[in-house]
Write a protein that binds this ligand. Structure first.
Ligand code: XMP
Length: 311
C-alpha cells in the first residue's frame, strides 16, 4: 500500500503517467539529465527514460564534492541506463578556490554543473536538460533563503533550448512515493537528502583538498553510526580550527560539527536526540580516525533558527 502524502494525498500512478507525457511533449530530439543518485534526480531519470528511451543521456558529474564511494556506487546502479560519468573534481575545486561566501559557492557550483552539462549535451547532440528539482528547492530559492544550486544558483545564460523539471511541484515524501512506485532500489528511494553542492556546503569558509578529505571521512562515520536511527539527515561539517591535544602534542586542528535532524519537508527541522553512547562513539571515531581533527561538537540548533546545512 502506498503512503499518503503529508500535504495533499497524491495519485502516484497518475502523476507518473502525466510526467512521462509532459517530458515527451516538451523534449524534441535528445535530452540529458543531471543524475546525482539522490532520490529526486533518480526518480526524474526513470520518468525521463520511460518517456524518451535512448533519446535520454543521464550524466553523473563527479564534482569531487561527493561522499565516500558514492560515485562508484551510482555508476554501478545506473550503468544500464547508459550513464555517462564526468570526472570534474579538479575543475570544481579550482573554480571554488579562495571562495568563502556560501552563496558565491552555490552559484559557482551551479554554474560549473551547467557548463559541464552543456558540454556533454553538445557532445551527444542534446538540446534539452531534465532536472530533478522539487518544490522546496524552488520555495527556498525564491524566498531568498538559499539559492539552491539547481535553482537560484543557475547562471542566467544557458545553452539549452529548454529545461524540464517534471517534479517541480512535489514534496520529498511524494517523491519517495514516486520512487517506490518506479521500483527504484530502497537505498535510493529511502536515501537521506544530500545537497547538490555536496561537501562544499559542509565546509565553512574556503574549500581545500585537505578539508574535503576530513569532511568526507567524517560524513562516512556519521552515516554509519546514525543511519539505523533513520534521521532526516545526519552528517558532519568542518566548521573551523581549534586547539587540542593528541598523544603528547598540542595541535591546532579541525573542529568537526556533527548534525542529525528530524524533519518532514526540510522547511523546519528538529535536533535528533541521539543516545549518548552513539555520540561518544562518533566523537571518538572522528577524532581517532582522522589525524587533523582536534575537536568534535554536536549541533543542537533546530531549524529555525539554524538551517540544516551549515552554509
Ligand atoms: P537548509 O540548509 O536550507 O537545507 O536548511 C534544506 C534542505 O536542502 C538541502 N540543501 C540543498 N539542496 N542544493 C540542494 O540541492 C543546495 O544548494 C542546498 N542547500 C541545502 C539540505 O541538505 C536540506 O535537505
Amino acid at each position: 500500500m502506498l503512503d499518503v502524502g503529508l500535504f495533499v494525498s497524491m495519485d502516484v500512478q497518475r502523476f507518473i503517467d502525466e510526467a512521462v507525457e509532459e517530458i515527451r511533449r516538451e523534449v524534441q530530439g535528445k535530452a540529458i539529465i543531471g543524475l546525482s543518485g539522490g532520490v529526486d534526480s533518480s526518480a526524474a531519470a526513470v520518468l525521463a527514460h520511460r518517456a524518451l528511451g535512448d533519446r535520454l543521456v543521464p550524466v553523473y558529474v563527479d564534482s569531487g564534492l561527493m561522499r565516500q564511494f558514492e560515485s562508484e556506487r551510482i555508476e554501478q546502479l545506473f550503468r544500464h541506463f547508459g550513464l555517462v560519468r564526468v570526472n570534474a573534481g579538479d575543475r570544481f575545486l579550482s573554480a571554488l578556490s579562495g571562495v568563502t561566501d556560501p552563496e558565491a559557492k552555490r552559484k559557482i557550483v551551479g554554474e560549473t554543473f551547467i557548463r559541464v552539462f552543456e558540454e556533454e549535451a553538445a557532445r551527444v547532440g542534446a538540446d534539452f536538460l531534465i532536472q530533478g528539482t522539487i518544490y522546496p528547492d524552488r520555495i527556498e530559492s525564491e524566498g531568498g533563503i538559499k539559492a539552491h544550486h539547481n535553482v537560484g544558483g543557475l547562471p542566467l545564460r544557458m545553452e539549452f533550448k529548454g529545461i524540464v523539471e517534471p517534479m517541480r511541484d512535489l514534496y520529498k515524501d511524494e517523491v519517495r512515493q514516486v520512487a517506490r512506485a518506479l521500483d527504484l532500489p530502497v537505498e535510493i528511494s529511502e536515501r537521506m537528502p544530500y545537497p547538490g553542492p555536496g561537501l562544499a556546503v559542509r565546509i565553512v569558509g574556503e574549500i581545500t583538498k585537505e578539508k574535503l578529505d576530513v569532511v568526507r571521512t567524517a560524513n562516512a562515520i556519521v552515516e554509519e553510526e546514525v543511519g539505523s536511527y533513520q534521521p532526516w539527515q545526519a552528517f558532519a561539517a568542518v566548521v573551523g580550527k581549534g586547539t587540542g591535544v593528541k598523544g603528547d602534542n598540542r595541535i591546532y586542528g579541525w573542529i568537526v560539527a556533527v548534525r542529525s535532524v528530524t524533519s518532514r519537508d526540510a522547511m523546519t527541522a528538529d535536533v535528533m536526540e541521539l543516545p549518548w553512547p552513539v555520540l561518544r562513539k562518533i566523537s571518538s571515531r572522528i577524532s581517532g580516525e582522522i589525524p587533523g581533527v582536534a575537536r568534535v561538537v554536536y549541533d543542537i540548533t533546530p531549524k529555525p533558527p539554524g538551517t540544516i546545512e551549515f552554509e
